[in-house]
Ligand binder design. Structure first.
Ligand SMILES: Nc1ncnc2c1ncn2[C@@H]1O[C@H](COP(=O)(O)OP(=O)(O)O)[C@@H](O)[C@H]1O
Ligand SMILES: [Mg+2]
Length: 363
């Protein structure tokens, strides 16, 4: 943007509290994302203020006063409640604010993993076969085989995800469903476990979309017996494998057709779930197990065109695991990493997000 703007960075006040607590414990913490973004915008000549969202009344009052040209929204929760991120966006919409990132509808749809899978299936984007049990009631039930993966259908940040998420028997499955329902009061999403490589595909844009280079959380050197999943421990515990054995790297060794197919699936998912500006799609890829003909969907249901596309994949199977409509934007996160590999350094990435939001027609 040529014009110098006044920008309000909006974030959940809980982030400040957690940062202060960690500091008091003497723990090193990565810089707060609103500070990283604030520094970039200030250096670019914009006038930056920040707004820590505490509760709906305080937030509404502050928004009524806010005179900025743009809200840079990095609220991933309100008062620490993750699913309220969609309501924060809805409030911004009610106030007629221009803001970065997905709107309330994208946040709501992608935040419900079972609903998202139903839509993705409709659009022909392959996800692991699944079943959903909500308050003891069966919602969806596909024909699943062990091992399976059980997770809350409406959580993120790997909440409720640990080594017991992978279940190998009926007993383990029932125990885990019960755990998810009692511990999180959430519907249990049961999927086939995809024993494959973990790939993140970032997407930028509003009407014209662009997929970035693939980032992999490389579990190949994780010791035998450690589950190769992005568990809560792996994500948040500094002593865990993530920091020791499992780096995040740019993928360079997948066949071109596989890379392109992953990026296309990510773009299709982004559009299907009504995301906006930026998002990150979690995927898994694996080479079809020897002697197994079945892909994510029965091969009989493939059109000629789809069959040709599958042949080009040389036996690789792609599965969409999860769509993140509001991924973390800290410099060390996957999306900025992917942007950098694409030639968009962090300041350019942030400026791009500002431009995309400024170009939007407000309705
Ligand atoms: N069906 C599955 N097969 C294999 N691994 C899975 C599956 N579902 C989730 N995982 C693992 O669990 C991690 C977290 O799951 P995800 O649905 O992305 O939850 P979150 O919203 O917490 O990121 C994934 O990154 C992946 O490592
Ligand atoms: Mg995820």
């Amino acid at each position: 943007v040529d014009r110098k703007l006044s920008v309000t960075i909006l974030y959940d006040a809980v982030e400040d509290e957690e940062y202060a607590k960690a500091q008091a414990r003497g723990e090193a913490r990565a810089p707060l994302v609103y500070e990283e973004i604030g520094a970039i915008l200030t250096a670019a000549g914009h006038t930056v203020s920040r707004l820590a969202a505490r509760d709906p009344v305080q937030l509404a009052g502050a928004l009524a006063e806010d005179q900025s040209d743009l809200i840079f929204n990095v609220c991933e929760s309100l008062g620490g409640v993750p699913h309220h991120e969609q309501n924060v966006a809805a409030l911004l919409e009610l106030f007629g604010k221009r803001f970065t990132g997905s709107g309330s509808i994208g946040l709501a749809i992608a935040g419900d993993k079972a609903l998202a899978k139903k839509l993705l299936n409709f659009h022909g984007i392959s996800t692991p076969r699944f079943a959903v049990i909500e308050a003891g009631k069966l919602d969806v039930a596909e024909d699943l085989t062990f091992p399976m993966f059980v997770k809350p259908a409406n959580a993120d940040a790997s909440i409720g995800i640990d080594h017991r998420s992978i279940v190998h028997s009926l007993k383990e499955l029932l125990e885990r469903i019960s755990y998810i329902e009692t511990e999180f009061s959430a519907p249990a999403l049961i999927e086939e476990f995809i024993d494959g490589r973990e790939i993140y595909v970032s997407v930028l844009g509003a009407s014209k979309l662009e997929a970035l280079p693939l980032v992999e959380w490389d579990f190949s050197r994780v010791p035998e017996g450690t589950p190769k999943i992005a568990s809560a421990e792996a994500k948040w515990d500094e002593n865990s494998t993530r920091y020791k054995d499992a780096p995040e790297v740019i993928v360079r060794d997948l066949p071109d057709a596989v890379t392109k197919a992953l990026q296309q699936a990510a773009v299709d998912a982004f559009r299907s779930l009504k995301l906006r500006d930026y998002g990150r799609i979690d995927m898994r890829v694996r080479q079809r197990p020897e002697g197994e003909g079945k892909g994510p969907r029965p091969s009989g249901s493939l059109s000629e065109e789809e069959a040709a596309r599958e042949a080009a994949l040389e036996g690789w199977e792609l599965y969409l695991i999860e769509v993140n409509p509001n991924p973390h934007l800290a410099t060390s996160s996957e999306l900025p990493l992917a942007a950098k590999a694409h030639g968009l350094a962090y300041p350019q990435l942030i400026e791009r997000l500002v431009e995309t939001a400024m170009a939007r027609e407000l309705r």
